[in-house]
Every structure is written in structure tokens, then in C-alpha cells.
Ligand binder design. Structure first.
Ligand SMILES: C[S@@+](CC[C@H](N)C(=O)[O-])C[C@H]1O[C@@H](n2cnc3c(N)ncnc32)[C@H](O)[C@@H]1O
Length: 310
């Protein structure tokens, strides 16, 4: 396996899979024993670091509890999850549209990890969406049946093999993690983009308020907690989010995240740049590879693993 191909457990909007190695190259990994992701999502950066084998332990936190339940199943109940997914995936074939609705309804009344795995596999753009009452309401991508069970099994086993023994999980608000900081930890944070996150963010179960987040970053600085943070960015001329203030004393670097798949579909050739903020307390690496994946498309999943609907 080429390292650029670190496996993705499920499609996830905002996954950092494409730039995970560029993010990690900023870090002097020898200085840290534990990588903490307060906004884990699909945890692309932790997976990458685990595959590289240079950080000993991981902590995945996300306020979305069913997502963390899914992570727990991936890490501790891998074969069961794989088998259950295979059963669901096979059962959909007579009427994939209706089947998706049934699973979504079932998930909204009683969330089970395998149902979320299936929904994420089939959801449009792999993007989760929630309505105002917090129910998962994303439509299926009817051109695809979702990742094949055998391909998924390979990915989940690869992830579980390197992470199950050394990963802890939690589902709490990012602000409460600060009380659990221990020396040796480094944090990688990837909150929802501020530019599109107002009171409620339909993309995630909850969202992050800019003012509170800035206060939190001050607090991390005061406590000398070392962190890397993905926050704003730009595709072509379009800017996402407002850069963070200089008073926070963070170094800001741009990471080339490749051609934008959305722009390409619109006939435009636009590049995406993602800002990475580096805290003053971080031990940084001398060499970095921010432009290495610059020519890659910003697609978050290996499309060859997905089966087209007939
Ligand atoms: C941009 S995604 C992270 C993507 C991740 N880096 C990846 O590679 O998949 C942001 C995540 O933050 C989580 N989140 C939103 N508000 C949160 C909060 N207050 N505390 C903890 N997690 C939160 C969301 O559920 C979502 O999974």
C-alpha cells in the first residue's frame, strides 16, 4: 500500500485524507506520544499517523455520539461490523432507494453503527446532513450502491490492525477535552468551517461558535497545549472562513489540497488551499511536504471501491 492511500473507513464531508501527510509533516512526531483529535470525523490525520507508525497512541473525540459508536465498532468489533455491513449491502439490491429510506428511518429512531456506516457509504457526496430536529436527512446517491463489502472489509481491518490497541474514544464537546490534557499529547483540530457554520450547521450534529472557539484557542495557548488547526481556506477566488487574529500568535501556512472536484464538475480548473495554523508551543519538523499532493483531485474516497447502481 502506498502511504498516500491510507485507508478511509467511510466517506466523510471535510475529510483531510488528501492533505493528512502534509499536515503531519509539520509535526516533530518524535516529541509526542499521543495524537488527540477533538473533532475527529473520519480521523484521516490519525489514520495516516497510525499507518506511518510514528505516534504511539490516539484519542478520537467527536460530539456526534453515533459517529463515535461507529468508531468503537470499527476498532473493537471489526469483524462483526464487516459481516453486518455485508448483510445490509446485499439486502439493498432489489430496491436500493427504498432500502436506504428504511435504514435511515431505523437509524433515526435507534442509531446503530452498521446503519450509519451504510448511510455514509450511500449518502450524496458522503455528506451527512441533519434537519432541525437533529435527524439524519441526507438523500442517497442513487448512482452508486455504496462501497463493496470486500473493499470495506480490507480498509476496516487495516485501520483496526494499527489503531485498535492504542486508541481511546470519547464523545464530548471539544471545550471539555482541555481538562484531559496530559504532557506528551499534541492536538490536531479540524472544526466545521466557520464560514458556513451559523447557529445550526446542517452538515453536523452541532457546530462551533467563532467567539467561543477563539477564547478556547487563547486557553490552549495559556495552558501551553501544542496544536495544529485546520480552519479557513480558499478554492479559486472563493474564501472560506475568516483568518484567525494575530493576537493568537499562530503561524499560518497554506496547504495545497489539489484541484477542486466541485469546480471541475462546473468546467472550472480551480485549486483548493487549506490553511493550517501552528501553535507557538508545537515542536515543528524541519522538513515539510505541503505541496506534494498538489495535483491530486480533492476527492475523499476511493471511487473504484464503489459499485454503480444499474
Ligand atoms: C470537518 S469535520 C472533521 C473531519 C476530519 N478531520 C476528517 O478527516 O474526517 C468536523 C467534525 O467536528 C465535529 N464537531 C462539531 N461540533 C463539535 C463540538 N462542539 N465538539 C466536538 N466535535 C464537534 C463534527 O461532528 C464533525 O465530525
Amino acid at each position: 500500500m502506498r502511504l498516500r492511500d491510507a485507508p478511509q473507513p467511510f466517506q466523510y464531508q471535510g475529510s483531510k485524507r488528501i492533505i493528512a501527510s502534509a499536515i503531519l509533516s509539520r509535526l516533530d512526531v518524535q516529541s509526542y506520544s499521543s495524537l488527540v483529535e477533538p473533532f475527529a470525523g473520519s480521523a484521516a490525520v490519525s489514520i495516516r499517523a497510525a499507518m506511518e507508525g510514528r505516534i504511539k497512541s490516539f484519542w478520537l473525540n467527536d460530539v456526534n455520539t453515533p459517529l463515535i459508536d461507529l468508531w468503537n465498532a470499527i476498532l473493537s468489533d471489526t469483524d462483526n461490523l464487516i459481516n453486518e455491513y455485508a448483510v445490509i449491502w446485499e439486502s439493498q439490491k432489489y430496491n436500493p432507494r427504498e432500502f436506504y429510506s428504511i435504514v435511515r428511518k431505523r437509524f433515526n429512531s435507534s442509531p446503530e453503527p452498521v446503519d450509519l456506516l451504510y448511510l455514509l457509504s450511500r449518502a450524496v457526496k458522503g455528506a451527512i446532513r441533519y434537519n432541525s430536529t437533529g435527524e439524519f436527512n441526507q438523500s442517497p446517491d442513487n448512482r452508486r450502491l455504496g462501497v463493496r463489502p470486500d473493499a470495506l472489509a480490507k480498509r476496516l481491518r487495516a485501520i483496526s490492525a494499527v489503531m485498535s490497541e492504542c486508541t481511546q474514544t470519547s464523545s464530548i464537546d471539544y471545550r471539555d477535552l482541555v481538562y484531559k490534557y496530559e504532557p506528551g499529547q499534541v492536538w490536531y483540530m479540524d472544526p466545521p468551517y466557520e464560514g458556513v457554520s451559523k447557529q445550526r450547521d446542517s452538515r453536523y450534529a452541532t457546530t462551533v461558535c467563532r467567539k467561543e472557539f477563539e477564547d478556547f484557542l487563547h486557553d490552549l495557548n495559556n495552558r501551553e497545549i501544542p496544536f495544529l488547526l485546520s480552519y479557513d481556506g480558499q478554492t479559486g477566488d472563493k474564501i472560506y472562513g475568516t483568518p484567525l487574529p494575530s493576537v493568537l500568535n499562530l503561524e499560518r501556512v497554506n496547504i495545497a489540497a489539489g484541484r477542486s472536484a466541485t469546480s471541475t464538475l462546473q468546467g472550472k480548473d480551480e485549486r483548493t488551499l487549506e490553511a493550517l495554523y501552528i501553535s507557538q508551543h508545537l515542536q515543528t519538523s524541519k522538513s515539510c511536504i505541503e505541496d506534494r499532493d498538489a495535483n491530486q483531485m480533492t476527492i475523499d474516497f476511493a471511487s473504484e471501491d464503489y459499485v454503480r447502481a444499474s
